[in-house]
Design a protein around this ligand. Structure first.
Ligand code: AMP
Length: 111
């Protein structure tokens, strides 16, 4: 997607603080953190919403969660973390490329 900011980050066309990358996902620091550790995990394939999942993308998301769990200690998340996907307007989704917020590095409020 030509105008997608996360596609541009994945391709290295705009700068980001990348923490992890492999053939199918990229993890980088959120530019406006709301927790001590605030990362974004994006699939390299562009799709916007969970409603666009198919079999291959479901498998990709499963692998992605496994990778996050394995990487967590190296990302400063050994004491726990929260994963958030904002889906659509009511959730306040602003970037229309599916992404998982990874929040932690400190005790998180739940309210
Ligand atoms: P959402 O509201 O779930 O769509 O979240 C989008 C997130 O992307 C927000 O937390 C933004 O701070 C973050 N963001 C937007 N542009 C960038 C960027 N260039 N680099 C890193 N994070 C970004």
């Amino acid at each position: 997607m030509e105008d997608c900011i996360f596609c541009k980050i994945v391709k290295g066309e705009i700068p980001s603080a990348k923490m992890y990358e492999d053939e199918e996902i990229c993890i980088f620091k959120d530019v406006a953190p709301i927790a001590k550790v605030h990362l974004l995990c994006v699939p390299k394939e562009h799709f916007a919403y969970l409603s666009e999942l198919n079999g291959a993308r479901e498998a990709l998301l499963g692998r992605t969660l496994g990778k996050i769990a394995k990487l967590a200690p190296a990302l400063g998340l050994e004491e726990g973390y929260r994963l958030v996907i904002n889906q659509g307007e009511n959730a306040g989704q602003t970037v229309h490329h599916l992404h998982i917020h990874i929040l932690g590095g400190e005790p998180l409020k739940w309210e």
